[in-house]
Design a protein around this ligand. Structure first.
Ligand SMILES: Cc1cc2nc3c(=O)[nH]c(=O)nc-3n(C[C@H](O)[C@H](O)[C@H](O)COP(=O)(O)OP(=O)(O)OC[C@H]3O[C@@H](n4cnc5c(N)ncnc54)[C@H](O)[C@@H]3O)c2cc1C
Length: 571
């Protein structure tokens, strides 16, 4: 058995920022299934939001209000206030750690416009902001010295919680197949989102939401899983992201008739309305027959008027993605786009110090923390504003680190039954490797992803959701007989893909169940049969609990409102 004071699962911005706070004081392990600098945070393009006082008129209060409104009033306002107040400090902090932010002519940190933000507020490093931030944190955490051990290419199998006390995790060394119990006084998850449950997604292959359902399997509820963000500018048919920075820099969105149709949906903000609104507008254009292309099933992102210099200097990655993947030169032609599954607003419920919440009353799971995309704190409510996510990971990663330091220093070791934990993880692997099944892993995954994109997407219909729910149950059944050809233990990616699929099947049911039950439209959750927001009935967070028979039960938790009462959301 391995033992560390603190085990952090995930080496994205949230995990590494927390680690940096604790290293030098306690013995820390970071477990990650991909090499740290390949975490999805490194793919973030557009920027990180903060009212830096570099832009006339902007203020932390404006950032708070924009975020509350963007969240369609279901975000917890005390958490939003913390995030926006801390924002300028974490940017300065990252800069001092060495992050190379792009600059204005006056040598201030440059800021660009993003959807739903009423000022130019997003600090950036060209269109590779996540890359710059992630590498800075990785380097600094190693430089700091102290007891910090990275377990790279270790796959989290189980979270160990007994009597409401978290005691560690079980992970598999992917290089050898060996199972290890990591005994810890505190465990933090920074395990990222689950975009891969969808066919069309901007997310990396690793974003299968394992941590979210590992927590759920250990008895932790999941919050607001029905809120899945669709980003309006995914590359047609691929889903790869063309950052909102393209619109922040002045890009247009056109329909098949060459019209800037956003004028009909969000007359004042146009393309810079929040993502839920732009995605729905695109989908409406496509449904009503005004899409582009032979099948009229996409719209267009037009950058041509920005000119070569601006495109290549500020948006180089976007330019190359369009060119390399679908052969469109954005200097010459508009780029085909469609909404793509991008971000999970829901996840592991946690308080403002990232301590995981055990139930609708707000009791805590001792020694368990969550931050970043896997958590639901909830600063994004029903719809996240662009560039608020890197911010969330930095702000709450820091807060998690501080709280972990405080709590771990005073905590005692809670015992772990090593052989029982290893046997449970082994059983899960054996069930996958040694069933007599014939079901194709790739086919089940494909059917799940297609179902989620087609039936639980930008718009949600009653019949579609029922069909999706039924399909997911069928796929869960078939998964029990999934066939994995590779039976070896060395780097068995066939096995890890099956483990990931097991997670996807588990929480996808909760996405659908939450969406079926929430009889209103709010933020990213848009129902055909309940098109309006219903504040009387639905100003509350969904909480899904796992029942003993493997089913689920939904309960609800109030939203924390401090300064802003719900109002009609117009842009
Ligand atoms: C293409 C793209 C562009 C984006 N652009 C922006 C942007 O410009 N601005 C913005 O604010 N947000 C952006 N986002 C969102 C933002 O990048 C993410 O929400 C954020 O980086 C998540 O950080 P994280 O630390 O929570 O998790 P991640 O960076 O996703 O890291 C997750 C970590 O968990 C580990 N992990 C997961 N499962 C396991 C397991 N089973 N075992 C072991 N380890 C595991 C992984 O190895 C990884 O290290 C973008 C997202 C995408 C996909």
């Amino acid at each position: 058995m391995l033992s560390h004071d603190v085990v952090i699962v995930g080496s994205g911005l949230a995990g590494l920022r927390a680690a940096l706070e604790v290293v030098g004081h306690l013995d820390v392990a970071v477990i990650t299934k991909v090499y740290p600098s390949r975490s999805h945070s490194g793919a973030a393009q557009g920027g990180v939001a903060a009212a830096m006082a570099n832009v006339d008129g902007d203020s932390t209060d404006a950032h708070i209000y924009d975020t509350v409104k963007g969240a369609d009033f279901i975000g917890d306002q005390d958490a939003i206030e913390i995030m926006c107040n801390d924002a300028p400090h974490v940017i300065v902090d990252m800069e001092r750690l060495g992050c190379p932010f792009s600059r204005t002519g006056e040598n201030k940190i440059a800021q660009r416009a993003f959807g739903g933000h009423s000022f130019k507020r997003s600090c950036y490093s060209a269109d590779r902001t996540g890359h710059a931030l992630l590498h800075t944190l990785f380097e600094q955490s190693m430089k700091k010295g102290g007891k910090l051990q990275f377990y790279n290419e270790y796959y989290l199998m189980r979270l160990i919680v007994e009597e409401n006390i978290c005691r560690g995790v079980v992970a598999m060394d992917m290089k050898t197949g060996k199972l290890e119990v990591f005994h810890a006084k505190s465990v933090m998850f920074g395990t990222g989102g689950y975009g891969r449950a969808y066919k069309i997604t901007s997310n990396a292959y690793a974003n299968t939401g394992d941590g979210i359902s590992a927590a759920y399997r250990a008895g932790v509820p999941l919050q607001d899983m029905e809120f899945v963000q669709f980003h309006p500018t995914g590359l047609y048919q691929h889903g790869l992201l063309l950052s909102e920075a393209a619109r922040g820099e002045g890009g247009y969105i056109l329909n098949g008739n060459n019209e800037r149709f956003m004028a009909n949906y969000a007359p004042s903000k146009l393309e810079l309305a929040p993502r839920d609104i732009v995605s729905r507008s695109e989908q409406t254009e496509i449904i009503q027959g005004r899409g582009a292309g032979p099948k009229k099933d996409y719209v267009l992102l037009d950058l041509r008027h920005l000119g070569k210099e601006k495109i290549l200097e500020r948006l180089p990655q976007i330019y190359h993605i369009a060119k390399d993947f679908i052969g469109v030169d954005a200097l010459e032609k508009p780029v085909p786009i469609q909404p793509t599954a991008h971000y999970s607003m829901g996840g592991i419920p946690a308080d403002n110090d990232c301590q995981v919440v055990a139930n609708e009353r707000g009791d805590l799971v001792k020694g368990f923390f969550a931050a970043g995309e896997c958590s639901c704190i909830s600063v994004h409510g029903a719809n996240r504003l662009g560039t608020n996510s890197l911010l969330e990971a930095l702000v709450f990663g820091t807060r998690a680190g501080k709280k972990i330091l405080e709590k771990t220093t005073e905590a005692k070791w809670a015992p772990v039954n090593e052989s029982r934990e290893i046997s449970a993880a082994r059983r899960e692997i054996d069930q996958i490797l040694h069933n007599k099944g014939t079901e194709s892993l790739a086919a089940i995954r494909e059917e799940l992803q297609t179902t989620m994109t087609d039936k639980v997407g930008v718009y949600r219909g009653k019949d579609d959701m029922e069909a999706a729910h039924e399909k997911i149950r069928e796929l869960q059944d078939r998964f029990r007989n999934v066939k994995v050809d590779n039976k070896k233990s060395v780097f068995n990616t066939n096995l890890t893909e099956a483990l990931e699929l097991g997670h996807m099947l588990e929480y996808s049911e909760l996405i659908v169940a939450g969406a079926q039950t929430r009889q209103e439209s709010r933020g990213a959750h848009a129902r055909n049969d309940f098109p309006d927001r219903d504040d009387k009935e639905w100003m509350k967070h969904t909480m899904a609990f796992r029942t003993d028979d493997g089913g689920y039960e939904l309960k609800y938790r109030p939203v924390r409102v401090t300064r802003f009462q719900p109002e009609e959301r117009k842009y």
